[in-house]
Ligand binder design. Structure first.
Ligand code: B1M
Length: 209
């Protein structure tokens, strides 16, 4: 019988082949895709997030774990859609206008996927209007903004203003090396996270009913 604890362990150790093998085995045994996601993939990524926060894991380990998770998600995603499984929420994420840094944003994106969110990645150098369009078309619960430059940080406030002007009831979350909670408060962002693991916690709080 497919061992979902072993699946979580395979994710934590970034063993892509093993994680794919167990997911396929579970699917063959008709284990519910949501159970495989929650008890295997998300459980594993939660541990990865905690270890990353505690400095027991560094960026490469997280990327390897995320790669194993993504390969497993490629199998599960169509099945989840078929089963009508609801994601925890929809997050539109991007690096703000003028900013090309995407390594941190990609990590946040992967961790959010691992945390059960549908993530729509708008990419880098994303204009406020694009965030508004995507938030509308994807019916986003959260718009997540990343900035790595002090010169591009003010773009976050522009996005928040554009979302307000468009009268969208969507939460905003910001992060990136120069960003602080104080800055988030100043510009009226709903949440701030210092790292990718905390971003999952914050997104869960922001999307809680
Ligand atoms: Co640039 N760069 N860079 N750079 N770069 C920095 C950021 C810099 C601090 C280097 C330095 O001078 N010491 C400096 C910024 C100074 C400042 O503004 N205070 C800088 C500069 C100046 C520049 C250029 C202007 C250089 C030039 O051309 N003169 C230029 C700007 C280009 C542009 O964006 N328009 C530039 C270009 C580049 C490269 C293209 C070469 C490359 C980016 C490649 C890429 O991303 N694909 C690059 C890199 C790699 C860096 C450093 C070395 C590393 C950034 C990184 O990926 N860190 C960086 C110096 C440094 O940080 N040591 C630097 C790893 C990543 C995992 O961390 O992105 O912080 P980070 O993400 C973390 C958290 O911040 C958080 O979670 C992540 C994981 O824990 N987080 C979020 C991030 N987004 C979040 C969103 C959230 C929540 C959490 O919610 C939505």
């Amino acid at each position: 019988m497919a061992d979902l604890n072993a699946l979580a362990e395979a994710i934590i150790s970034g063993n892509r082949d093993e994680s794919v093998r167990i997911v396929n085995e579970a699917v063959d045994e008709e284990v519910a895709p949501e159970k495989i996601l929650n008890e295997g993939l998300t459980a594993g990524m939660d541990v990865v997030g905690k270890r990353f926060k505690n400095n027991e894991f560094y960026v490469p380990e997280v990327l390897i774990a995320a790669r194993a998770m993504q390969a497993s998600m490629d199998i599960l995603e169509p099945l989840l859609a078929e089963a009508g499984a609801k994601p925890r929420g929809v997050v539109v994420i991007g690096t703000v206008k003028g900013d090309l840094h995407d390594i941190g944003k990609n990590l946040v994106s992967m961790m959010l996927k691992g945390g059960g969110f549908k993530v729509v990645d708008a990419g880098i150098d994303v204009a406020p209007e694009t965030f508004v369009e995507k938030a509308k078309s994807e019916e986003a619960d959260i718009v997540a903004l990343s900035a790595l430059l002090t010169t591009t940080m003010p773009q976050m406030e522009n996005v928040i203003s554009a979302l307000k002007e468009a009268d969208l009831s969507v939460k905003t979350m910001i992060g990136g090396a120069p960003i602080t909670q104080q800055y988030a408060d100043e510009i009226g962002a709903d949440g701030y996270a210092p790292d990718a693991a905390s971003a999952v916690d914050r997104a869960r709080e922001l999307s809680a009913p």
